[in-house]
Write a new protein. Structure first.
Length: 70
């Protein structure tokens, strides 16, 4: 698989090298293309934060949530 630098992508992405934070401004759609690998993996915590002019954050799914402690 080829490696891409963020500046090569034409999207609202930014990466802070000091904090190791990837920011997506706007919406993010992640589609799983291989059933052996998840579309997104969060190691540690996953935070949903309110943003200016946005009432709330949410995770919407059409299937079940498996495993883990919530």
């Amino acid at each position: 698989m080829a490696l891409l630098k963020l500046k090569q992508l034409r999207s609202n992405l930014s990466y802070n090298t000091g904090t190791n934070v990837l920011t997506v401004s706007g919406s993010l759609v992640a589609k799983q293309s291989n059933s052996n690998y998840p579309a997104i993996t969060a190691s540690g915590s996953l935070n949903l934060d309110d943003s200016p002019n946005i009432a709330s954050g949410s995770i919407t799914g059409s299937g079940t949530i498996d495993g883990g402690t919530y």
